[in-house]
Write a protein that binds this ligand. Structure first.
Ligand code: IPE
Ligand code: IPE
Ligand code: MG
Length: 240
């Protein structure tokens, strides 16, 4: 691996929308599945690199609440890739990487064996001290906020808090804990300029980095470029 560049300012929480797998495959006359397979390899490279850089938290968008609309064959192929990765992450040597793996998103509709593997891997890596690697599966920003609102509504119903006393912090503290930190930087390759329901609450003041590169072609150099741009942004948060 090449020498680690020294960035002046590193984001604490990075969100990555892993998009463009299908187009990558199409360009090569391959089945979309081949794009997802290559995309999974890039995920491993970039998550290992984030760990090497000592990034606090990286959230990878792998499957949205809307992605169930895709043909069953494609959904099944993606689920198979999750399974494959989870088996790998269950191996004892994976723990030595020191990443803390978390899975965010609704477990409804996700095959039971995958849910169990997710739990195992979270348990296996919970005492690690390195980067928090969140994998968003069946994740939607709106779904996450809706869950938070419901949890707060229950407290109001039980008389634990008054509706007038609800704060921003109450909403944040009822999101998925491992990714509730504000996202400093959101990276979206593939030439699309949208969030597609990713980290809606956490992206209020995110810096965005877009590029035409398709996710399966995304490299450490692209990631470095995004980090370098981020370090040169002037974040004002509404101030001067
Ligand atoms: C992202 O790549 C992977 C998932 C959404 C699961 P796509 O499959 O969306 O690839 P494109 O956007 O069609 O090229
Ligand atoms: C966003 O990509 C979801 C993931 C990368 C997991 P999509 O390909 O689903 O988003 P749209 O449909 O282009 O907005
Ligand atoms: Mg896409």
């Amino acid at each position: 691996m090449e020498p680690t560049p020294n960035f002046d300012i590193l984001p604490r929480h990075i969100g990555i929308i892993m998009d463009g797998n299908g187009r990558w495959a199409k360009k090569r006359g391959l089945n979309r599945f081949e794009g997802h397979k290559q995309g999974a390899k890039v995920f491993k490279t970039i998550s290992d690199y984030a760990l090497q850089l000592g990034i606090e938290c990286v959230t990878f968008y792998a499957f949205s609440t809307e992605n169930w609309k895709r043909p069953e064959t494609e959904v099944n192929a993606i689920m198979d890739l999750f399974r494959e990765y989870l088996f790998e992450a269950e191996e004892p040597q994976y723990k030595e990487k020191n990443a803390r793996l978390h899975f965010i998103g609704s477990r409804d509709g996700v095959p039971e064996d995958i849910v169990q593997l997710m739990k195992n891997v979270e348990e296996d890596t919970k005492n690690n001290t390195g980067t928090i690697v969140n994998i968003a599966i069946n994740y939607g920003g709106r779904d996450e906020i809706l869950k938070s609102v419901k949890a707060i509504a229950k407290k109001v119903e039980n008389g634990e808090i008054k509706a007038d006393d609800i704060t921003n912090d109450d909403i944040t503290s009822n999101l998925y804990p491992s990714s509730s930190l504000d996202a400093d930087l959101i990276i979206r390759p593939s030439g699309e300029y949208r969030l597609s329901n990713f980290l809606l609450w956490q992206s209020a003041y995110s810096e965005f980095w877009f590029a035409d590169v398709l996710w399966p072609d995304f490299t450490i150099e692209d990631f470095n470029r995004a980090l370098n741009d981020y370090a040169n942004r002037n974040r004002r948060f509404g101030g001067v």
